[in-house]
Design a binder for this molecule. Structure first.
Ligand SMILES: Nc1ncnc2c1ncn2[C@@H]1O[C@H](COP(=O)(O)OP(=O)(O)OP(=O)(O)O)[C@@H](O)[C@H]1O
Length: 272
């Protein structure tokens, strides 16, 4: 399904992503973990063609998507929708229009200028918002929503593209644990119900363990771990994060403890 072969991205003399290879054969939920600067975002940005690779291939359905040009490259970008830590919505625009922006590249300039969308597309956007539990927010400005709701709007916009793959670059890094859980549950549902592959860069081990079928650990641009969440022991995590013997897993936790209190006291620490 997805075959990454020897992908490298240089910035000057530095390899941000250094000759990485892996295959994903099913529409799995894959987490990429590693400390800040490990190369996680650079990889996702290459996959989505926001950034060119220096060398290597990413084969999907037999073709190398890194070599696609023009309209074919744009078509590929629709098939692998990306969501970002900062949501990247148009803040002053209503939620429904933000979702419809997922199909911007299929619309004429006039349609976009006058915010005119075919009825069928509007209905589909509302259907997607309803599925994600935020239909009642459709007429509101995006900026009026909470972070968790905004990220669900961004997921709805991605779904509007009907992508095969969803790339999520630290989708919960700006959210409190409660909203983080809602967003991760949403991504998991889309993965399980629709069979869309999800590849998510994650800062925290507990999230990777809880949601992923497979975890890839990156360090200094290289893959240093590729396995199941069960295989992600504290020792392995220590290697991935380049931490010393004093490494404390709690320092990468965003989970809600069972006894989270009404005043919202919980561990909200990340290793960066
Ligand atoms: N445009 C750029 N120009 C120069 N260096 C860059 C550029 N983008 C990324 N880098 C470098 O490439 C390396 C990998 O960065 P990248 O953002 O992919 O890491 P990351 O694992 O996603 O980290 P974070 O979790 O902080 O986002 C870092 O050393 C970074 O400084």
């Amino acid at each position: 399904m997805l075959d990454v072969q020897g992908v490298t991205r240089m910035f000057g003399q530095k390899a941000a992503v250094d000759n990485i290879s892996f295959r994903i054969d099913s529409p799995a939920f894959v987490g990429i973990i590693g400390r800040s600067g490990a190369g996680k975002s650079t990889f996702l940005r290459m996959m989505n063609r926001l950034l060119d690779a220096t060398s290597g291939e990413i084969r999907v359905g037999g073709r190398n998507v890194l070599a696609l040009k023009g309209a074919e490259a744009r078509a590929w970008q629709s098939q692998c929708a990306m969501i970002f830590q900062q949501f990247n919505l148009v803040p002053r625009l209503d939620v429904a229009s933000n979702v419809l922006h997922g199909i911007l590249n299929r619309c004429t300039t006039l349609q976009t200028m006058f915010n005119f969308w075919p009825r069928a597309d509007i209905l589909r956007a509302l259907e997607i918002l309803d599925r994600l539990g935020i239909a009642e927010q459709a007429p509101k400005r995006a900026e009026a929503l909470s972070g968790g709701q905004q990220q669900r709007v961004a997921i709805a916009r991605a779904l509007m593209q009907d992508p095969k793959i969803i790339l999520a670059d630290e989708p919960i890094a700006s959210l409190d644990p409660m909203n983080a859980q809602v967003v991760m549950d949403t991504l998991k549902r889309i993965n399980a119900e629709d069979g869309r592959m999800v590849i998510a860069n994650l800062h925290t081990l507990d999230t990777a363990r809880r949601y992923c079928d497979r975890v890839i650990g990156m360090r200094d641009g290289r893959i240093v771990f590729d396995g199941t969440p069960d295989q992600l022991s504290t020792g392995v995590a220590r290697d991935i994060y380049g931490a010393d013997a004093g490494f404390n897993e709690a320092a990468t936790s965003t989970s809600l403890p069972a006894d989270t209190t009404a005043d919202g006291t919980y561990a909200d620490l990340m290793l960066s």
